[in-house]
Structure formats: C-alpha cells, structure tokens
Write a protein that binds this ligand. Structure first.
Ligand SMILES: NC(=O)c1ccc[n+]([C@@H]2O[C@H](COP(=O)([O-])OP(=O)(O)OC[C@H]3O[C@@H](n4cnc5c(N)ncnc54)[C@H](O)[C@@H]3O)[C@@H](O)[C@H]2O)c1
Length: 367
C-alpha cells in the first residue's frame, strides 16, 4: 500500500527536521510493508518574500489530492507572524475542516523536565484543541489608524456545531485512555462564549457518565499543569487556550522540541495535517542541532491516522527507548547531539524493535 503525502518543510528548522522524520517513516514503511509518495512544496515565508504569497493560488487544490500533509514550521524574520499563519496554516486547517488539533504531552523516561520530582507516570495527557473557530477569527477590524481614538475589535466565534464536535471527540478519546476530561474555560470573565462552552461541556458529560469531568478557569488550569500534572488525562480547550496550554505542556515535558500535533479532519473528507508544535526557531536554524523528535512523533501520529497504529506506536517506543537508554540528545534537552544523530538512533531503535518483533512471531527461527 502506498500513500501520497504532501510535504511542506516550510522555514528555518522545518527544513532540517522534516527530512530526518521522513527517513524514520520510510524505515517504518519498509518494516511494516507500506510506502509513501512524497510530494514536496517549497511554500512558506521565504517563498512569500520571492512570490508575494505563502503558497500558490491553487495551493489548497493541490494539497487536497493527498492522503495527508506533513508540515515542518513556518516563520521567518521580516515576515509578520500573522501573514505566515493566515497565509498557510489557517487556510489549510479551515478549508480542510481539520477541527481537532491533538497535542499529546508526555514526560519520557530519561528526560529531566523542569518540575522537581516529576516521573513519567506524572505527565501523560492529551490536549484537544478546537482548531477551526473560537478566538482565531477574521471578524473584526481597526478604525482611526494612528489617532488617539484608534480602536481594534476582534470577534470570537463559537458555534454549537463547532463546540459539540470537539467535546464529542474529547469524551470519546478519554474513553480510550484513563477516563477523565478537564475543560479549559474562563466563564467568570468572558461572559457569553465561555458559559456557552461550559453548557455544552456538561451536556456531553451527562451523555458520558463513565467519564470523570471537571472544569478549570484557564488561569487556574495553567497553575495546575505545573502543580498537579498527574491529574490530567484529556484536556479540551478552545483555539487560543489550547494553543497556550500545549506550549506549557511541552515545557513541563522537557522541551518544545519534542511536542507533536495532528490537525485532524476525523471524517476523512479532507487530508489531515501533521506538524510539530514548535515554530521555525530562527535562533538555531542552520546550526543542525534542532530536536527532530517533535517532527518524528508527528509522523508517528500520521502513521496511526493512515491505519498503521502498530507502526506508529513502534516509532513512539523507539523515541522513548533512545531517550531512556542512550545519551543522544539535542542541546534543548541538555545534550550535544545533532539533529541527524538523534534521528539515526531512532531509526536504529526501530530496527531493533522490528527484529525482536519478528523473533516473537517466529520463536523457532534459527533453532
Ligand atoms: N506551526 C508553526 O509553523 C509555528 C508555530 C509557532 C511559531 N511559529 C513561527 O516560528 C517563528 C519563531 O517563533 P517562536 O520563537 O515564538 O517559537 P519557536 O517554537 O520557533 O521557538 C521557541 C524557542 O524554542 C526553541 N525550539 C523550538 N523548536 C525547537 C526544536 N525542535 N529543537 C530545539 N529547540 C527548539 C527555539 O530555539 C526557541 O528558543 C515565528 O515566526 C513564529 O510565528 C510557527
């Protein structure tokens, strides 16, 4: 079975971590018996500086033909961040109805995170971020530019359909995990959209009596991520709150360089997109020391989405093994290894995993 995947390495370290992740995914394909036809697109901020747009005019049509999209990161000094976000990522997420942004947070053995005494079993959660509406909205405007009475209005939008589908996804996911959903709200200060969010959260909680549910104001939730991360299993949040929480989650898990994400269109009507949480990191771009794990783990999520759950799980195990059993780490995790050396170790660990797997399947082999 072969899969057509659109690859957008983007800018900065995106161009460095994407090829390393592709090597790991190719290896997984050889072991599990599937393959990829990668189609590369050189879109991003550097493209914008030459061509005046983040992607070609028919960009979305070209992406639509693929089974999935594998993206690095966009962002480049000299291009305002709202141009890069609204010119590429948001059109993809919205037009392809990728309304779930899944962001796992996990402390791997062998990583010393910033929380004193935290063990791997203390940090293992998934942030389910609403990805199509909420605070990220084009509705609004500015008046009286530069004048003392200048004003800016930004309209958040929450629809019943949009909130219900993210709640449904979060409760179902919790049913497959440890059975708890925590909702991020701010209904004390934001008095229209957030009480609406809360109402729909509790409606879904009533429909899932076996799932424990609780809600926190976003400020208290940020503190609880640091003080009591063990409490959290699935966290459901609006577009903005989910974005902030997943960076905080990445920080307590040791580095933003390891955090993955999946932008899912669960119905499969459009391609889903897989990308690390981090940006293009201009401060380290070109030095060859970007952590490739966030990109590789995003690739593992893509494998699962394409129907190769075992291969995806094996890639995550290979990451875990390298972190637990070797000293190969990029500088963000306190090591000296390069991007390539870390991914090389992950490929080797995947290889070992597949050898032990085939011995299990053929216990008499060689005897
Ligand atoms: N999805 C995306 O494409 C995305 C997400 C966030 C930011 N951005 C863009 O990226 C640019 C830089 O943004 P930023 O500095 O706020 O965030 P960033 O994630 O690029 O970097 C934040 C810090 O984390 C470090 N870091 C990030 N990824 C790393 C990795 N894989 N390995 C080691 N260290 C890593 C960086 O060196 C930097 O010190 C901006 O233009 C921003 O708009 C893009």
């Amino acid at each position: 079975m072969r899969h057509r995947v659109a690859v957008v390495p983007g800018d900065g370290i995106g161009k460095e971590v994407v090829p390393e992740a592709i090597r790991v995914l190719e290896r997984a394909g050889e072991i599990w018996g599937f393959g990829f036809d990668w189609q590369f697109f050189d879109w991003g901020c550097e493209y914008f500086l030459k061509m005046g747009s983040m992607m070609t005019e028919d960009g979305l049509d070209r992406l639509r033909e693929h089974d999935a999209i594998f993206l690095g990161a966009v962002g480049y000094p000299g291009v305002p961040d709202h141009v890069s976000l609204w010119g590429l990522l948001i059109p993809i997420r919205r037009n392809f109805r990728e309304y779930i942004n899944l962001r796992p947070v996990r402390l791997f053995e062998g990583i010393e995170g910033p929380l004193r005494g935290a063990a791997p079993e203390d940090i293992d959660m998934v942030v389910v971020r609403e990805n199509n509406e909420g605070e990220y909205s084009e509705i609004g405007g500015r008046l009286y530019h530069g004048a003392p009475e200048e004003l800016a209005v930004q309209q958040a939008t929450f629809t019943r359909r949009g909130v219900e589908r993210v709640m449904r996804y979060a409760f179902e996911l919790a049913g497959e995990r440890r059975g708890r959903v925590s909702s991020a709200t701010k209904s004390n200060g934001i008095i229209h959209t957030m009480p609406f969010w809360d109402e729909l959260f509790w409606e879904h909680s009533d429909e899932h009596p076996n799932i424990e549910a609780d809600q926190y104001h976003i400020d208290a939730l940020a503190a609880a991520f640091v003080l009591d991360p063990r409490h959290f299993d699935v966290v459901v949040a609006s577009n903005l709150f989910g974005d902030i929480l997943s960076d905080l989650g990445a920080a307590i898990a040791g580095s933003i360089g390891i955090a993955p994400s999946a932008n899912l269109n669960p119905e499969g009507e459009f391609p889903s997109m897989f990308e690390p949480v981090h940006g293009s990191a201009p401060d380290i771009a070109g030095t060859g020391v970007a952590n490739p794990i966030g990109q590789i783990w995003s690739g593992a999520m893509m494998l699962e989405h394409l129907g190769y759950a075992e291969a995806g799980e094996a890639v995550v195990q290979a990451i875990a093994q390298v972190l637990a059993e070797t000293s190969f780490r990029t500088p963000d995790l306190g090591g000296k290894a390069s991007t390539h050396e870390v991914s090389e170790q992950i490929v080797e660990s995947l290889q070992e995993h597949s050898s032990s797997r085939s011995e299990e399947a053929w216990p008499g082999k060689g005897g």
